[in-house]
Design a protein around this ligand. Structure first.
Ligand SMILES: Nc1ncnc2c1ncn2[C@@H]1O[C@H](COP(=O)(O)OP(=O)(O)OP(=O)(O)O)[C@@H](O)[C@H]1O
Ligand SMILES: [Mg+2]
Length: 386
């Protein structure tokens, strides 16, 4: 006799759950958890939706992250059902299969100078002019001021703005065949910065710039002497979801996206562009940042000049957290020189400090991942090479 708790269209429902789970990416292996064979039994009643996820090791430090990603991805589909994510460990045969897939995927990563212990975030948006570069700069400065070792890579090769936003005119210099990042004081530390804007002055640089233009991003990942102990690398992306974004996902697949939006942005369009890019490249969307949320006047009255709710709606649409709401602060662009070494003053300073705290708290430390899937793979490959 059929279980009266199970709705009549259960098979269709399970299929749509499975389909939805293809969008969840393993944070280490950068492939869909379905493709990697990590999704086990899915059972649904009218009250519960139970998903079994197989992990490479029992104590996987990414367990909670994967559990959260699965829950978020299914939250609207599950409707009133309670989502239960159970974890188990892959059998040796399943693990071997998964590692083979991961090995093929890993071959795409370029030989970068960025340590695998560095957490990489790219600041992206569905459209231009929403404040990506301003967010990238202030977030990097804020993380640096809180004692983290931070790099800032301007991946907007043609429309670079990081040097101007930082109010600095440094120059990248070569040492032992590698480029040295420009170092900007921030808090008690130094922010390492690389931008095409630092190559614009000398004759030699212009020649060299011409040579590498088409492959500039790859050079920035391969030929820059990034500090090996960097905790965070923040990458400022050009507008849109085009070639550079896809190239970055291919060359540095551990990158996670911070999606900047404004309160008035046409959420559905941006969400579908960003989600499409994330899906195609298996890049994980870490969260949404709403910029230019409201203007606070000298009498502490808030004016939502650019509308309301865009960040929250986009986050809900993508099932990711809204990480911060950054107020409108004219000092962000009026006096860029004053901001050198300090996150922008006033309302944005606190918002960026809160954002960097949230990011530090929410990102699983790369060191804790030593026993995890891709790290195991790295260790195996390393021992085979030597
Ligand atoms: N919170 C803010 N308050 C006030 N002005 C801001 C804020 N954020 C950004 N701006 C201003 O908005 C403009 C666009 O910002 P920014 O260059 O950071 O955007 P972007 O998304 O990087 O643009 P592009 O798509 O061209 O790269 C700049 O003039 C900047 O100073
Ligand atoms: Mg920009």
């Amino acid at each position: 006799m059929p279980d009266s708790n199970i709705p009549p269209n259960n098979d269709d429902f399970i299929r749509s759950v499975h389909e939805r789970l293809t969008e969840v990416t393993d944070p280490e292996l950068h492939a869909s958890i379905v493709e990697l064979g990590m999704v086990g039994d899915i059972t649904a009643t009218s009250d519960t939706l139970e998903i079994e996820i197989a992990l490479t090791i029992a104590g996987c430090p990414l367990k909670e992250q994967i559990r959260g990603d699965v829950t978020r991805a299914l939250s609207d589909l599950a409707e009133t059902r309670q989502i239960q994510v159970k974890t188990k460990v892959l059998s040796p045969i399943e693990k071997a299969r998964l590692m083979e897939k991961a090995r093929i995927l890993n071959q795409k990563r370029v030989n970068t100078t960025i340590s695998t212990h560095t957490k990489v975030f790219a600041v992206a948006s569905g459209k231009g002019g929403v404040g990506k570069s301003s967010v990238a700069v202030n977030l990097a400065l804020s993380l640096c001021s809180s004692g983290k070792k931070v790099g800032l890579l301007d991946a907007d090769i043609w429309g670079f703005s990081i040097p101007e936003l930082l109010g600095t005119h440094g120059e990248l210099r070569a040492k032992n065949g590698k480029m040295e990042p420009v170092e900007i004081p921030a808090g008690s530390g130094l922010l390492q910065v690389v931008s095409m804007g630092f190559l614009a002055n000398s004759k030699e640089a212009i020649m060299w710039r011409g040579l590498i233009l088409s492959r500039a991003l790859q050079h920035f990942l391969e030929d820059v002497n990034w500090l090996q102990s960097l905790d965070y690398l923040i990458i400022d992306l050009p507008p849109g979801t085009g070639d550079i974004q896809m190239a970055l996902a291919r060359m540095l697949p551990e990158t996670e996206l911070l999606l900047v939006t404004t309160p008035s942005s046409y959420v559905e369009q941006i969400a579908s562009r960003a989600a499409d890019m994330a899906k195609k490249s298996h890049i994980r969307i870490f969260g949404v940042i709403e910029n230019m949320t409201s203007f606070r006047c000298e009498h502490s009255v808030e004016y939502p000049i650019f509308g309301q709710g865009g960040g929250k709606r986009l986050a809900e649409f993508l099932h990711v957290p809204l990480l911060a709401s950054i107020p409108i602060d004219p000092r962000i662009h009026k006096n860029p020189h004053e901001q050198q070494g300090n996150p922008a003053g006033g309302g944005t300073e606190k918002a960026f400090a809160d954002l960097s705290d949230a990011i530090v708290k929410m990102s699983v430390s790369q060191d804790k991942m030593a026993g995890c899937s891709a790290r195991m793979l790295e260790a195996i490959e390393h021992s085979l090479e030597n």
